[in-house]
Design a protein around this ligand. Structure first.
Ligand code: ADP
Length: 218
């Protein structure tokens, strides 16, 4: 569904991505794991076309949804309005249809009581869920998430992991940049390890469980 071929990018003389290649199969959770600064975020942003590669290609038949590390919810809009925004403004759907769809997505993500709250009134975990709802309501073929557990406490991270496993069971394909190995170990079917701008390792996980940087980078 997604094919990345020799993706290469540099800022000034600093390599951010060096000849990165991989394909994604539908229905899997794939983690892009790697230390801070290894190029994970830049790769996701290039896939979402928020940034351009210097060379190489990214092809994807279908639509992507993007969940930013800092959520980027509209601070002046309620949770419900955040989630209906793209349906109303970009997709030009009637307000009633957009609301119905947004409410059903928010309910599924455990935010039934938060429709009318403002983003600043939510906990970190709820904000993450609202940002995921905003991406999911557009029914993307591929959900791109940048560090979904950063800033979340243990229980909130666990509940985001459960949510992702539920979404996978519903057929959502996910590419998740994360340096949280507990989270990656709990959700990923496959890990692509980025290190110093290049793919160091790319492997399927047979059994979910404990991962260590020594194993991934060693
Ligand atoms: P990761 O998500 O793995 O932490 P990033 O993709 O955010 O890595 O960053 C990779 C490298 O690119 C880092 O060294 C970072 O400082 C640099 N970088 C990211 N964005 C920019 C930018 N807009 N201008 C210059 N350097 C950048």
């Amino acid at each position: 569904m997604l094919k990345v071929t020799n993706a290469t990018k540099a800022y000034s003389n600093h390599n951010i991505l060096k000849q990165v290649s991989f394909c994604l199969n539908p229905g899997q959770i794939v983690a892009l794991a790697g230390p801070s600064g290894s190029g994970k975020s830049t790769l996701l942003r290039c896939i979402q076309k928020l940034e351009k590669l210097d060379s190489g290609t990214i092809t994807h038949k279908g639509t992507t949804g993007f969940v930013f590390q800092d959520f980027q919810l509209f601070p002046h809009l309620s949770v419900l309005d955040n989630v209906t925004y793209a349906l109303r403004v970009t997709k030009k759907q009637p307000a009633n249809d957009a609301q119905e769809k947004a409410k059903s997505t928010l309910k599924q993500l455990g935010l039934k009581t938060a429709y009318n709250k403002m983003p600043h009134q939510l906990s970190g975990g709820q904000r993450q869920r609202a940002a995921i709802a905003r991406a999911l309501v557009l029914e993307p073929d591929l959900l791109l998430c940048d560090e979904p557990t950063s800033g979340l406490d243990g229980p909130s991270s666990k509940s985001v992991a459960e949510l992702f496993l539920n979404l996978k069971a519903q057929g959502v394909t996910m590419l998740i940049a994360s340096h949280d190995l507990d989270f990656v170990g709990a959700v990923a079917d496959r890990i692509i390890v980025l290190n110093e701008a290049a793919v160091l390792r790319d492997f399927m996980i047979e059994e979910k469980g404990k991962l260590s940087w020594a194993k991934l980078l060693g």
